[in-house]
Design a protein. Structure first.
Length: 454
């Protein structure tokens, strides 16, 4: 059986996986898992303390009771399945985000699980990586539960959906793929609304009749009392109409003020070919309101290039003096996980002009569904999707002159993507984007493309 686990960012999907694997203990209720069942999880990101391990050491952690020759045999099989050529002595942190996503999947597959739990497995994967993953899952003979916001990916292999309702905190089960679920939910909501509308008419009718008989006096008061009781009973029988997940508000990322003739020139860049650095010439000239897309397969060096652009260490690149760079990293490492959300926002404002506008902070936060509860939470305690929304809110507060985004759709609920695409399209400063999601890129205004492979 292959099912999708869906729900709003922060609804508790990843937490549910931890409950299934026993990493978390429920405070109430019980979770029953057959002790003979082998369960393995492919997480969203590689843990920071694993980044300094070699490939061999990383997989030894998942199979610590297997002899080295058996480990190598299994490694060769699973790395082939995820379509990754990886020297066993290579350090994990030297792999690209897409390659790390493949390592995460391989680390689960090497355990030969009866139940495979996948948490946002398409994040950072290029088109070929998603194709290989989809083919694998379509042919996988055991059970899979997958968390993903990629409807096209889910529709290719899932047979049902578990929907975690962020309002009721209950799991709803549906048959069919994602499109079927959307249709079923829409029908259900309409049915519940019609049922309640019919009840409302009956309630009002009984209230009106009760008021009429109450004024008659005598035995009619007893009739009026029964009418009121019937109206109250009907009121209690109204159903709670299923609420849709909230969507972030449309937003604008303001541009830095006071710059004159802002520009960025790229005369050369470095890519990875056969695990070696190769310098290539280029003629890229960005000015205000120009948007550049950097494309290429996993492992070619896209994230490394834009990280060097964001850190101003890229060779062959010149910038306008004083330009403020807003950098959205796919691993959220620009965020201090020990800060509360509020502290993170105030740090941004202090770096700009030192003016802390409380009302502005809360207005921006609410637009990204950051509630009173979340704004005083540690960033490290948030879900990956919520960290993404915090990152976008910081960009709004920062007002950058150069916006650099590395896979900004990762972990983000698909409902929010049209608003994000619109904001990026309307951004008036210079922008550099890396994304492996064609549907999202098609919604964003792109003026020039730098294909690292070509």
């Amino acid at each position: 059986m292959k099912v999708a686990l869906m729900g709003q960012n922060g609804a508790g999907k990843s937490t549910l996986f931890k409950l299934i694997t026993g990493k978390l203990i429920p405070t109430s209720g019980t979770i029953s898992v057959d002790k003979r069942l082998v369960v393995a999880t492919a997480h969203q990101v590689i843990a920071p303390h694993d980044m300094t391990l070699t490939v061999e050491q990383y997989f030894q952690k998942h199979l610590n009771d297997v002899e080295i020759h058996e480990l190598h045999r299994r490694l060769a099989t699973v790395l082939s399945v995820v379509n990754l050529k990886a020297p066993l002595d290579k350090i994990i942190k030297s792999f690209s985000g897409g390659q790390q996503a493949r390592l995460l999947l391989a680390s689960a597959l090497i355990q030969d699980p009866d139940l495979l739990l996948l948490d946002e497995p398409t994040n950072n994967l290029d088109a070929m990586g998603i194709y290989h993953l989809t083919e694998f899952l379509m042919n996988y003979k055991k059970s899979v539960i997958v968390i993903s916001h990629d409807a096209e990916f889910l529709n290719a292999f899932t047979q049902g959906v578990l929907y975690l309702d962020s309002f009721t905190k209950k799991i709803e089960q549906y048959s069919g793929d994602y499109n079927d679920v959307v249709e079923q939910i829409a029908v259900r909501i309409e049915r519940e609304r019609m049922q309640n509308a019919q009840m409302e008419r009956g309630i009002q009718e009984n209230k009106d009749r009760s008021n009429f008989f109450a004024h008659k006096g005598g035995k009619m008061r007893l009739v009026a009392k029964k009418m009121r009781e019937k109206a109250e009973k009907m009121e209690s029988e109204k159903v709670a109409v299923r609420r849709e997940d909230k969507t972030i508000r449309s937003f604008i990322i303001p541009t830095q003020e006071g710059l004159v003739n802002e520009e960025l020139r790229i005369s050369s860049f470095t890519v990875m070919q056969d695990h070696k650095e190769v310098i290539k010439p280029a003629r890229i000239f960005l000015v205000k309101n120009k948007h550049l897309l950097i494309s290429g397969p996993n492992g070619i060096g896209k994230s490394t290039l834009i990280e060097s652009l964001a850190n101003r260490t890229a060779k062959g690149v010149t910038y306008t003096d004083g330009i403020r760079i807003g950098y959205y990293r796919q691993d959220f490492s620009t965020l201090d996980f020990t800060d509360t959300v509020y502290e993170s926002f105030t740090k941004v404002l202090k770096e700009i002009d030192g003016v802390i506008n409380e009302q502005h902070i809360r207005s921006v936060a609410s637009g990204f569904l950051i509630t009173q509860e979340h704004i005083h939470s540690k960033i490290g305690s948030l879900s990956e999707g919520q960290k993404g929304l915090v990152s976008f809110a910081r960009l709004v507060l920062q007002k950058p002159g150069l916006l650099i985004l590395d896979e900004p759709t990762n972990h983000i609920n698909f409902r929010h993507l049209p608003q994000i695409a619109e904001a990026l399209s309307n951004y008036k400063g210079m922008m550099i984007l890396v994304s492996h999601v064609p549907d999202f890129v098609s919604q964003v205004r792109i003026d020039e493309v730098l294909d690292l492979e070509k």
